[in-house]
Design a protein around this ligand. Structure first.
Ligand code: EPZ
Length: 421
């Protein structure tokens, strides 16, 4: 199995360009199912998950072509299948996002249950609650979810989300755009990726209002047409490189970031004494200005502190003076990286959904395992300051969500390389 070898590195210096957001491009690609037309998506990141979504869309009869670097054309006029099979869905949970657009466009959808992962059970009950509220029949059979719209099509309704689920908000929004009448999603997720999807849908002729707030109104329309759209920058990738600059006490200019999307990360880094300056051409991060100290983190749905940055931020907190507390409220099992960081000499104690981090630790290189893509990134940045070599296995997790991870880090002076067994 391939591994990353990370050596203790000098403070990172230089500039890095952030790619299009993984968690925006996947729903955008799913939304391209909706029009019997051609869509063009720019700033598509080169990720394993994007390749899987391409396979899924092709299996549904869509024609995809790379018409320029990071520019994907999706022709959905030839849609000829409403089934997303196990082989593809098991590779990536986000495949489940094709259910809403398939149901809206064809009146039927059959998608294998996405299953859980190391960070949690990842249920889909809120997605199904939304489809049922729109009048669809939902049947669970042979580990597939089969949804069928009423003969006259889906019917707008009001849906309360018990948790502001990102995926459920996206799936219901895409199902509702062609429904009869209006749909209200109450307690909707407010993430920037939701706004990006709503903007794309509206370019297709949909009528989505309120994205980015906790109430979204979708007025159903007869038909949609193709559209062109550019993916928003990846706020989690940006946060990861900002933390790499901070943990190595370096100075890095991070290009292609929307400052509003990373406000909690910026605020928390500043609380620790890291210099973060918002400039016209990016975020300048300096970790070498003063002694860095601890802070406390509590993950929350947007605009709260993002759960996806919890593990990289924890790696950084092991190196600053003082003790910190990290509370994870979004996923039930997102501390898998703690055992790995402790193997590197960190001193982190878990108590339920709380982790207590004793700071100012000298980390030691070790053989560690990436348990999810963000935990993998956390171990890589910890390896940059650990004595000796850190060998990270299961790195396919990292490659799912970080484009050109090795090249971007090496461009900042990191001693990191990939070895294939
Ligand atoms: C999206 O996952 C992201 N993935 C995740 O990023 C991110 O961590 C998460 O949102 C939260 O921000 C993509 O966008 C592809 P949720 P999603 O539905 O949609 C519960 C990464 O590292 N829930 O908001 O699956 C669920 O159990 C990944 O890039 C239900 O109870 O997240 C969880 O506790 C990891 N019922 C909470 O909501 C449901 O029907 C948040 O899940 C759906 C979710």
């Amino acid at each position: 199995m391939a591994k990353f070898l990370v050596q203790k590195s000098d403070p990172l210096h230089g500039e890095v360009n952030i790619s299009g957001a993984k968690n925006a491009v996947l729903p955008l690609m799913a939304a391209a199912i909706l029009p019997e037309d051609v869509c063009t998506i720019s700033d598509v990141p080169e990720l394993r998950d994007v390749r899987v979504m391409k396979e899924i869309l092709s299996s549904l009869g869509l024609r995809l072509s790379e018409i320029d670097k990071n520019v994907l054309e999706i022709d959905a006029s030839g849609l000829n299948n409403y089934i997303a099979n196990y082989e593809l869905v098991r590779k990536m949970r986000a495949s489940f996002l094709v259910m809403g657009p398939l149901l809206a466009r064809t009146g039927k959808a059959r998608v294998h249950l996405p299953g859980g992962c190391t960070i949690g059970a990842r249920p889909i009950d809120l997605h199904l609650k939304g489809f049922k509220a729109l009048g669809a029949e939902v049947v669970l059979k042979d580990n597939y979810v089969e949804t069928t719209a009423p003969a006259g099509g889906l019917i707008g309704n009001s849906i309360y989300l018990d948790f502001p689920s990102v995926g459920a908000t996206e799936n219901i929004m895409m199902a509702a755009v062609l429904a009869k009448g209006s749909t209200y999603i109450i307690n909707a997720a407010e993430e920037p990726e939701i706004v990006d999807l709503a903007n794309f849908l509206n370019k297709m002729g949909a009528r989505v209002k309120g994205a980015g707030t906790d109430q979204i109104k979708i007025e159903g329309v007869e038909k949609l047409h193709g559209a062109s759209h550019t993916v928003i920058p990846d706020r989690i990738e940006a946060g990861t490189y900002m933390l790499a600059a901070a943990i190595t006490r370096g100075e890095v200019l991070v290009h292609n970031v929307v400052p509003d999307h990373i406000r909690p990360i910026t605020a928390k880094l500043r609380e620790c004494g890291v210099d973060v300056e918002i400039g016209d051409d990016g975020m300048f991060v300096a970790g070498d200005r003063r002694e860095l100290t601890s802070t406390d983190i509590k993950t929350l749905p947007y605009p709260g502190f993002p759960t996806d940055i919890q593990s990289p931020f924890m790696a950084f907190l092991t190196t600053v003076k003082g003790s910190s507390t990290v509370i994870e409220t979004v996923f039930e099992n997102r501390f898998m990286h703690v055992a790995e960081l402790n193997r590197m000499g960190a001193n982190i104690k878990i108590d339920g959904n709380r982790a207590k981090i004793q700071g100012a630790k000298k980390l030691e290189g070790a053989q560690v395992i990436a348990t999810d893509l963000r935990a993998g990134a956390a171990l890589a940045i910890a390896g940059l300051v650990a004595e000796g070599t850190t060998e990270i296995s299961e790195i396919y997790h990292i490659e799912r969500g970080y484009a050109h991870f090795i090249e971007k880090f090496r461009g900042l002076g990191a001693n990191i390389l990939k070895i294939d067994d």
